[in-house]
Design a protein around this ligand. Structure first.
Ligand code: ADP
Ligand code: MG
Length: 277
């Protein structure tokens, strides 16, 4: 029987130590407007991170930049140790509003598109590809909807189709922009369940979120963003009054309740947002 060699063990340890993502002094402009200023952060493999901040904070910009859809003005981004995007390794789920839902494709087509990067644009999907797509749909609870037109699904189901596409793609890094907006509670729960599956598989997840309570509850660390990175830590450390005021400024009402928890209401953009931390 072969003994595992010492050098193999060390290699594994070194690979594990490479972060999924590292941003080094990243600054982003839209013409003259500086949308992100000097962002540095390291995200570990398998970590699930929520990005929170008011409207216009740069959450979507940050995700687009990481997805390679928006150029940076300065700084560097490394993916799994290299300064280059490997498209198959990254799945980006944009905000729902940005997707044309009338596009006449079936649910299984959308999920199979996740395989295009692996199989090439002009090759037919193999049985293996179809199997992966089917499994991905099962994992988000949508196997029964495979042949429906994407436009016929509810908002929550559509969001889960895009998650299934990311699963079928076998991406190592999943970027989601406000995936819960407009979803009912069961659909939100389904998405959080899928996050648990992704955690078991070691997929690294970055999600822009509106809800601070959900950020605290479901994610390993939160980024408090408002053009600059105000804090990047587990929610308990990140959600200090000072950090929240720095992030949300005058739009935030902080109320201290009897048990020492903070109640946060963001009056800026979403009157229904009212979280108890
Ligand atoms: P968030 O997702 O946190 O609401 P965004 O990343 O969408 O923030 O926007 C950050 C800033 O960049 C805002 O001031 C916004 O107006 C600006 N911005 C976003 N997209 C564009 C664009 N395509 N062209 C010009 N400015 C933009
Ligand atoms: Mg946004």
């Amino acid at each position: 029987m072969m003994e595992p060699s010492v050098s193999v063990g060390r290699d594994v340890a070194q690979v594990a130590a490479v972060p999924a993502l590292s941003l080094h002094h990243v600054t982003v402009h839209y013409r003259q407007h500086e949308a992100l200023h000097d962002i540095s952060a390291t995200i570990n493999v398998g970590e699930q991170v929520a990005i929170v901040g008011p409207n216009g904070a740069g959450k979507s910009t940050l995700l687009k930049v990481i997805a390679g859809l928006q150029p940076i003005s300065s700084g560097t981004i490394r993916y799994f140790g290299v300064e280059r995007i490997v498209p198959n390794e990254i799945a980006y789920v944009p905000q729902r509003l940005q997707i044309d839902w009338r596009f006449p494709v079936s649910v299984s087509d959308v999920v199979l598109m996740g395989r295009v990067g692996r199989i090439g644009l002009f090759r037919r999907p193999s049985r293996h590809d179809r199997l992966l797509a089917q499994r991905a749909l099962e994992r988000v609870g949508l196997a029964a909807f495979a042949n429906r037109q994407i436009g016929q699904l509810s908002g929550g189901q559509q969001q889960r189709v895009f998650l299934a596409r990311a699963l079928a793609q076998e991406a190592r890094l999943l970027l989601m922009d406000e995936p819960l907006v407009g979803l009912d509670i069961p659909s939100q729960d389904e998405i959080f369940r899928t996050l648990t599956t992704l955690r078991q598989e070691g997929v690294t997840v970055l999600t822009a979120l509106h809800d601070l309570q959900q950020a605290a509850r479901y994610f390993d660390r939160v980024m408090l963003l408002n053009r600059t990175l105000i804090a990047f830590a587990p929610a308990r450390e990140a959600f200090t009054a000072a950090n929240l005021v720095a992030t949300y400024g005058g739009h935030l009402h902080l109320l201290s309740s009897g048990d020492g928890l903070l109640t946060v209401a963001d009056s800026c953009c979403n009157p229904s947002l009212d979280n108890t931390l």
